[in-house]
Write a protein that binds this ligand. Sequence first.
Ligand SMILES: NC(=O)c1ccc[n+]([C@@H]2O[C@H](COP(=O)([O-])OP(=O)(O)OC[C@H]3O[C@@H](n4cnc5c(N)ncnc54)[C@H](O)[C@@H]3O)[C@@H](O)[C@H]2O)c1
Length: 260
Amino acid sequence: MVDMTNASAIVTGGAGGFGGATARRLAKLGAKVVIADVADDRGQELAAELGNGSVYVRTDITDFDSIALAVKTATDLGPLRAAVITHGGPPPPDRGGRLIGKDGSRLSYAHFSHMVNIFLNSAFEVTAQVAEAMAKNDPVASNQRGVIINTASIAGFEGLPGQVPYAAAKGGIIGMTLTLARDLAPLGIRSVAIAPGTFLTLAYSRSMTDEEAQAKFGSTVPNPKRMGDPDEYATLAQQIVENDFLNGTTIRLDGAQRFQ
Ligand SMILES: NC(=O)c1ccc[n+]([C@@H]2O[C@H](COP(=O)([O-])OP(=O)(O)OC[C@H]3O[C@@H](n4cnc5c(N)ncnc54)[C@H](O)[C@@H]3O)[C@@H](O)[C@H]2O)c1
């Protein structure tokens, strides 16, 4: 078990749906959390709510120096023992959708590379910088130095039409999770990914009411027949932090949701 008392944690997208719920749970475990996000108001409000020495650090995950500042802030607060990587990012430059659209136009390389950059490349960079910092920790009694949790998606498994870039990015997270666990095993650092189904976070509530989102997406979940609650993601993240034997795997969290 990674004891988070007097330790620090970093949560990218920490002011968002999954990130905020996870920051709250990590703070309850005793961690000082670096809320790494670009949403200044939400980030500062959350840091004040946690009130345990947790801080908001404006962190743009596309800017490596900005990631380094967030990691340095965390290590200054205490040994960095948990990282939860769950950011979104700016919208792509042009249309998404199927590889060849109804009008015959193709999906652009710019769109594909933007999505992979946000959801995979930046997750790699955060993972690498965090692992480098964790490697310098003294191990806890169970010989563990830390745990890194990435966020995949069921889109990485399901082959949903119109989602080539997102599926490629999330498939990349799934693919690297076990390899990371093996690379980091000698250092006592674990790597686990969560593949959420459809959760009611800001990603949805920006464009529709909660009721509309539940009616549209909750109905596609077999049981329970609703969208996921971000705290259900955070509860699993907490269990991953606490359970040393969870390593090298991607855990679906989706109410049995399947699209085929
Ligand atoms: N909500 C879902 O149903 C769902 C399902 C599967 C996977 N996911 C994944 O979960 C992750 C988080 O999603 P969420 O639903 O919590 O979304 P969210 O919109 O609630 O939170 C995302 C956070 O990322 C922040 N962010 C945006 N650009 C950033 C940048 N450049 N640098 C740092 N932070 C930035 C936002 O400000 C926001 O606080 C994403 O990787 C998403 O693909 C979500």
